[in-house]
Design a protein around this ligand. Sequence first.
Ligand code: BEZ
Length: 230
Amino acid sequence: MCTGNALNDSSGLVYVPSAIPPMPRIGDTAPDFKAVTTHGELQFREWQGGKWTLLFSHPADFTPVCSTELTELAKRTAEFEALGVKLIGVSIDSIHSHLAWVENLEQILDVRLPFPLIADTDKRVSEAYGMIHPGESSTVTVRTLFFIDPKATIRAIIYYPLNVGRNVDEILRVALALQTADQNGVACPVNWQKGDKVIVPPPKSEKEVAARKALTGVERLDFYLIKKSL
Ligand code: BEZ
């Protein structure tokens, strides 16, 4: 049954179709967009230039937690550069607000943001990436992080609420873990850090079980749980 915008199925569940696109998920192609940023207008895919990219949203300019997060990301830019990861931020503030905040952060915290901030006043980017979570706030983006690989595939997504700042060590760890997994055909276990052993992917056939049994120089806990050093 259809009543106005709401659809009722036979179980009584009500679905309200929305004009907002579905949130992109891990494995999806990162939506492309054109945007006004503190570094000028850009086409996202072109700007990525086939590099690993971290697209992150912050709720609003001139707010305390966001100020600590963005300046910490700025201070650690060299560590992202060492991994070949480009950073780009987004909020639904205007370009004028972004420009003023960038100046203010330099004045009060002595940190210049080296990455662009997208002025998403029409919410096109925020909505394409599902960055507005109405249960938390219908007026600002929550703290999201999209790890996008050189082929423009979303590889990891992290969400934080408005009142908890992100952990830059964890962001760097996820970026390195994704790259390590890709480069070596392995997986990274709980709390993995650079230099730790990695996981040999579990077998998917009897042939692969036999191959794993034949592996030498590895830490074998069982046929499906094998660790090795890189
Ligand atoms: C903050 O960054 O401090 C903040 C932003 C939006 C809502 C609450 C806190």
